[in-house]
Design a protein. Structure first.
Length: 137
């Protein structure tokens, strides 16, 4: 089943020059495409809408600060089971718990600075795609 998912390459990935490496892993999956992509610096309002589910948690404020600390790459990935698939490529939230071979497992050490966001369900994908790419048909 072809799907679309919202991916953000976080400010650490951009600062460290890892966007080509990470986009390459998405691009190389059979049949997946990237119908939209942009480099942007996210404002607080957009971030609050995106990460609203975490409001009130101890990591929320530092997460907001980190996500606004520099440009990010926002992109839409499309293809067979891409929602589950990009989550698999990313690995678990904690990069030390993430297996080598995954994006977080290969490049991350700090939980907050874990390089990539990817929608975690069909409902999240639908909601997040509207936030970042409202004009996408
Ligand atoms: P994401 O939403 O960014 O794709 O990551 P996720 O689903 O794997 O993890 P989630 O629980 O949704 O957390 C969102 C982001 O918040 C930061 N975080 N820091 N204990 C901490 O310091 C902590 N926990 C989470 C991470 O950047 C995580 O990706
Ligand atoms: Mg999440």
């Amino acid at each position: 089943m072809s799907q679309r998912t919202l991916v953000i390459l976080k400010p650490d990935a951009v600062r460290r020059g890892l966007i080509g490496e990470i986009i390459g892993r998405i691009e190389r999956k059979a049949g997946w495409t990237i119908p939209a992509m942009e480099l942007r610096t996210l404002d607080q309002e957009t971030l609050e809408t995106h990460y609203g589910e975490h409001k009130g948690k101890p990591f929320y404020e530092p997460l907001m600060g980190f996500m606004a600390s520099g440009p990010v790459v926002v992109l839409v990935a499309e293809g067979e089971r891409v929602i589950e698939g990009v989550r698999q490529l990313a690995g678990p939230t904690d990069p030390i718990a993430a297996a080598p071979g995954s994006i977080r497992g290969d490049f991350g050490t700090i939980v907050r600075e874990n390089l990539i966001h990817a929608s975690d369900s069909e409902e999240s994908a639908e909601r997040e795609l509207k936030i970042f790419f409202p004009g996408l048909v």
